[in-house]
Design a binder for this molecule. Structure first.
Ligand code: SAH
Length: 229
């Protein structure tokens, strides 16, 4: 499913969340609450229509994912985003999902966003500062770093939840290594044809991988390749 609704009829964050519930994309009260609390309108560039179910350009050949993809990933990771847990958002872009993760794991948890375009990291920090996750930037339970996300962020590993917001040709080993036993990673994999993969690390460290759905994301690549388009 690439788009559940279009046009500008949905002009409030709450309307967007209600649509996602009606279409069955948001399944839990918790995910609805989080997406109601973090207003997507604070994370899109000026002039964009934030509540349409579509990805939007954010510059640097990057996009903010469509609302139904954000909701799908929050649903898939919900059990691994309990209060006190650790979350890593790779390719954090606008910071929207990073802020949602921070609210889910709370100030006792740890949320890290990693993004390789420094301008997008600054943009995401400004966006988060306007959002309900702002106190967590201040108390240090939420941080965003400029780095090549294919290496993860070893400092706070292992993570209960890892989300990758760009499609990798194959799953980076560093990210598998930084997943906690019992942890889950959601990652789009592929080049032209991509699948959203759910990677679970069992308590004994064994990995199981399943496909959730077909998707289309920008590539997880080098900064130079991305800027060349
Ligand atoms: N979840 C974000 C998705 C942004 S698009 C959002 O909805 O706002 C994917 C992002 O991945 C882009 O911001 C892009 O710059 C970033 N990216 C691509 N390759 C990367 C890499 N190797 N390391 C870090 N970030 C990367």
């Amino acid at each position: 499913m690439e788009q559940y609704w279009s046009g500008s009829a949905v002009n409030r964050n709450k309307g967007m969340v209600e649509n996602l519930q009606q279409y069955g994309v948001i399944k839990s009260r918790k995910v609805a609450e989080i997406m109601e609390t973090i207003d997507r309108g604070l994370f899109v560039p000026n002039g964009a229509q934030p509540y349409v179910d579509s990805p939007m350009l954010i510059g640097y050949n990057a996009t903010i994912s469509a609302p139904h993809m954000h909701a799908t990933c929050l649903q898939l990771l919900e059990e691994n985003l309990q209060p006190g847990m650790r979350a890593l958002d790779v390719g954090s872009g606008t910071g929207y999902l990073t802020a949602c993760f921070a609210l889910m794991v709370g100030p006792q948890g740890r949320t890290i966003g990693v993004e390789h375009i420094p301008e997008l990291v600054s943009f995401s920090i400004q966006n988060i500062e306007k959002s309900a996750a702002a106190p967590q930037l201040k108390d240090g339970s939420l941080s965003v770093y400029v780095t090549d996300g294919r290496q993860g962020w070893p400092e706070f590993a292992p993570y209960d939840a890892i989300h990758v917001g760009a499609a990798a040709p194959e799953i980076p080993q560093a990210l598998i290594d930084q997943l906690k036993p019992g942890g889950r990673m959601v990652i789009p994999v592929g080049t032209i044809f991509q699948d959203l993969k759910v990677v679970d690390k069992n308590s004994d460290g064994a990995i199981s991988i399943r496909t959730e759905t077909s998707v289309r994301y920008v590539p997880l690549t080098s900064k130079e390749a991305q800027l060349q388009g």
